[in-house]
Design a protein around this ligand. Sequence first.
Ligand SMILES: Cc1cc2nc3c(=O)[nH]c(=O)nc-3n(C[C@H](O)[C@H](O)[C@H](O)COP(=O)(O)O)c2cc1C
Length: 347
Amino acid sequence: MPRLTTRFTQMLGIEHPVMQEGLGPYKTVALAAAVSNAGGLGTVSIPGISEEPRAGAAKLRGYIDAACAMTTKPFAVNIPVGTDKHGNVPAFSSAYVQAVVDAVKDSEVAKRLRVITTSAGAPAAARRMIEGSGLIHIHKVGGTRQAQRAEADGVDMIIASGYEAGGHTHARPVHTFVLGPSVTEAVSIPVILAGGVRDGRGLAAALSMGAEAVALGTRFVASHDNPDWHPNYAARILAAREGDDTLFQALYGPSRILPSRAIDELHEFESRPGITEEALTRFKDERLIAAQRDGDMQGGILPCGQIAGALAELIHVAQFVPGMVREAIAVIQELQARVVSRHVQRQ
Ligand SMILES: Cc1cc2nc3c(=O)[nH]c(=O)nc-3n(C[C@H](O)[C@H](O)[C@H](O)COP(=O)(O)O)c2cc1C
């Protein structure tokens, strides 16, 4: 099997420059293990955004132990660390980061749980907790200045995520094609490109923009290897057409979703007098989990990237991850033969 070796694969000691990103707020233990077993980097997601912090941390530790039982390869945990609309970091963030830092004190866990990804805000406070733990810290950004600040804060790698991505996206839209070259020029640490990546062609494009890997969300949801989620979710993604996606105000700002009745119900709930920030977060958490765990496609909230409109079938992760690499290599070679050799020689 041909390989694409990058600083991403070398720093993590894995085969392929392909990552499955955090897909909270329910559970992606089996999916993360499947992606890591396929030679990529799988990510365990947080169990909820309205859990009492100690109970949430214990649940996350259970997820980490379950993932360790399903793979011997490196995997990641994702923790959103952003602020809500009042500028407060929700209590769950530091409890979850601490749970990850504590988990890798166990040497058996530390062999597998090699990476923490933070997202949705600035990484500095989490960075101070992570430093010295031995974890590789990857931080997700949606803009070039955020990438530079995260590098200055000491993170090890950047995920640059374009506006077309599923889930939390930018208040000021910057698309993957714009963001990729800007971020890879602006920082010297490895960059992983996310948002709208579908297959090996996206990987080849990301490499051409100076990225060292790609991270996918929506594509991995629509797979045979995500048994923790109700199959309705993947079916809904496959049924989506180009342009079906929309935005709603999630915990940290706009989030890309497929429309459902839940958004009207959210607006009605929000307009009731005396609704607290906590009650609103609980509402969103419950509706996100209702979609992922229970398959409620109307009462649930459905984060989903624009790429859904281009997806036609469920994938098998074990074939898909190495297949992406094979396709990326074929694309690069084909471009060399078809475009460069013919066009450049003719001139
Ligand atoms: C269902 C769903 C849930 C998500 N949950 C999270 C999350 O908990 N934390 C996070 O950082 N990003 C989350 N995201 C964003 C993904 O990590 C990733 O950045 C995005 O899906 C990449 O774009 P793509 O969907 O076009 O591949 C979520 C995305 C989806 C589709």
